[in-house]
Design a protein around this ligand. Structure first.
Ligand code: SF4
Ligand code: SF4
Length: 314
């Protein structure tokens, strides 16, 4: 029993030393760059980027630097009337994947009239991406609308909006975060130094920092699921040993590792209200292309010029 306790204490001490090393490296980096970078990069971003700035960013050489896996098509049943909308969206997904990446534009549509606030998507996403405490890619915000006594309760799921003009990318001093040709804003965990500039620059609060904590830290042993690797960006990321993504910025990426294998994002498949839709808005036959032309469609903080790729039906 004593050995187990000592082992746990040693492990905890090692973890703290690792974290201190990360913090030191980051502090040194920040001291070196803080004055110039903050003035030239963060400050303009807080005032928001123009579309020409965003275009400049999309030309960064590292924007799309890893190889796509081979797409193993999933066999779908013959189309039939009244089929489940998930099957329809998987068909849309396969069509999009058969096009060159530059010709696809992934969007998400969330029907606020159908969301029942069950948080199934939040939990499914945590499991899919092995998210630690303090990191949530898809919270569901519970809000009251109207004026007393005419009030109602509304649930608003909030993933990353994969903005067309993302204020989070130009502020990154090491170009670790970038916009892909298919519209997804990605993070290269190997390049990210954890300076958190992008977290500050996002007007939607969609990014968070991975401090390396676990839900079962104060228990005799870590749970297996927390120690298991995740598969973001088509790679196996071990959390054990405090390797990336510990110490990095993290955010929703529309489950890139799933969609490029023909699977819908986990939040879409787990939504019991069938309130979330996903697909290629450049495909006129896709479900999402039809939904985003509805008169009751809206996007959050449109006045900022970020052009979110997540639409809400109200
Ligand atoms: S929602 Fe925030 S993190 Fe996502 S692309 Fe837009 S600015 Fe970047
Ligand atoms: S936290 Fe990482 S991705 Fe964000 S700005 Fe810093 S280095 Fe770039």
């Amino acid at each position: 029993m004593e050995d187990t306790d000592n082992g746990r204490i040693d492990k905890e001490n090692n973890r703290k030393t690792d974290l201190e090393k990360y913090d030191l490296a980051r502090r040194e980096f920040l001291e070196k760059f803080a004055s110039g970078v903050f003035a030239s990069l963060v400050a303009p971003a807080l005032g928001f980027v123009s579309s020409s700035k965003a275009e400049e960013t999309s030309e960064e050489p590292n924007k799309y630097h890893y190889k796509l896996p081979n797409l193993k098509e999933i066999e779908l049943p013959e189309p039939r009337p009244n089929e489940d909308v998930l099957i329809r969206m998987m068909r849309d997904l396969q069509r999009a994947l058969n096009k060159p990446i530059e010709q696809r534009k992934w969007v998400m549509v969330i029907d606020l009239r159908k969301c029942i606030g069950c948080h199934a998507c939040t939990v499914a996403c945590i499991v899919e991406n092995k998210l630690p405490p303090g990191v949530v890619y898809r919270p569901v915000i519970d809000e009251e609308i109207g004026e007393f006594p005419n009030v109602a309760r509304r649930f608003v799921p909030r993933p990353c909006f994969q903005c067309e003009n993302p204020p989070c990318t130009p502020v990154c001093p090491v170009k670790a975060t970038y916009k892909r040709p298919d519209g997804i804003v990605a993070i290269d965990y190997e390049k990210c130094i954890g300076c958190k500039y992008c977290i500050t620059a996002c007007p939607y609060g969609a990014r968070s920092y991975d401090f390396g904590e676990n839900y079962t830290d104060a228990t005799p042993s870590l749970s297996e699921i927390e120690e298991a690797p995740n598969f973001e960006y088509h790679r196996k990321w071990k959390r054990a040993g405090h390797e990336s993504p510990v110490g990095n910025a993290r955010k929703c990426h529309f489950c890139l590792h799933r969609i490029e294998r023909g699977l819908l994002p986990q939040c879409v498949t787990s939504c019991i209200g069938r309130a979330t839709f996903f697909g290629d808005k450049n495909d006129p036959d896709s479900l999402v292309a039809g939904l985003i032309t509805k008169p009751n469609v809206m996007r959050l903080k449109e006045e900022l010029g970020t052009e979110p790729n997540v639409y809400y039906l109200t």
